[in-house]
Design a protein around this ligand. Structure first.
Ligand code: ACO
Length: 218
């Protein structure tokens, strides 16, 4: 019984500190979310509302209220609890040691599927500097390495050209269109489904970026 409990609660790949990769914007690394991230999370997400809201699931209540610092402890606690159960890996994206966004690996399923989804956002003031591409590469290498997954998928709105470029940069293939898939920014929005399996990665995803001249190990 005791052994079964230990086995059930084990979660390869959590907690994790990942990096570091140098891109135009600076040195990118990933680390677990912290309780003390609340004020910077609130400040960036409130300031960057126009940049984020068109692409994110519709929430209950006004954006400002949902992103008040006082909401972070509850969110942090829920994400950490999911992480401890092995369902999720909630990470902060840092650039030169500064909170600049989040990358989350969710719906981790083991057994014969060994799959998960991945999602991310990056602060507007470091946009276009390769941060999301580097963070996604680090996240994918983690999924196919320590986490032991076989497939990672993501969904993205057809209008979100920047995110599609990021997904292409790290090797995701488009698998199809999910019609009226998700309630985003107040309406049911079509999403492209993209996927990648472990066999498609030769070496590591970060190495592939380095070979393409988009990043270097820091
Ligand atoms: N049209 C086409 N391509 C564009 C555009 C555009 N309007 N704007 C930027 N790009 C390209 C850039 O050229 C670059 O591609 P390249 O490397 O091939 O030249 C790519 O988009 C951006 O790459 P990065 O610099 O690595 O990405 P960045 O750090 O700027 O982050 C992101 C991109 C995550 C989309 C950021 O803008 C963001 O957080 N947006 C709001 C939230 C969001 O959209 N999150 C993703 C939701 S989908 C998902 O999570 C799977």
């Amino acid at each position: 019984m005791g052994n079964n409990v230990v086995k059930w609660s084990s979660h390869p790949g959590w907690p994790a500190q990942l990096g570091s990769v140098r891109v135009a914007a600076g040195v990118v690394s990933l680390r677990p979310i912290r309780l003390r991230d609340g004020s910077v999370w609130s400040r960036i997400r409130t300031r960057d509302r126009d940049h984020l809201q068109p692409w994110e699931p519709t929430g209950t209540g006004p954006w400002e209220a949902r992103h008040h610092t006082s909401n972070w402890p509850g969110l942090w606690s829920t994400l950490k609890s999911e992480a401890r159960k092995g369902h999720m890996i909630p990470l902060v994206i840092e650039v030169d040691g500064r909170f600049c966004g989040q990358l989350t690996i969710g719906n981790i399923i083991r057994g014969p599927l060994r799959s998960a989804w991945i999602g991310y956002w990056v602060a507007k003031d470091v946009g276009g500097g390769g941060v999301a591409t580097a963070a996604l590469a680090l996240g994918l290498d983690h999924c196919f390495g320590p986490v032991g997954l076989h497939r990672v998928e993501a969904t993205v709105r057809p209008e979100n050209l920047a995110s599609q470029a990021v997904l292409r940069n790290v090797g995701f293939r488009t698998e199809g269109l999910l019609e009226r898939y998700l309630d985003v920014d107040g309406a049911w929005r079509d999403h492209l489904l993209v996927g990648i399996t472990q066999e498609e990665v030769v070496g590591t995803v970060v190495d592939r970026l380095c070979r393409a001249g988009k990043a270097s190990w820091a």
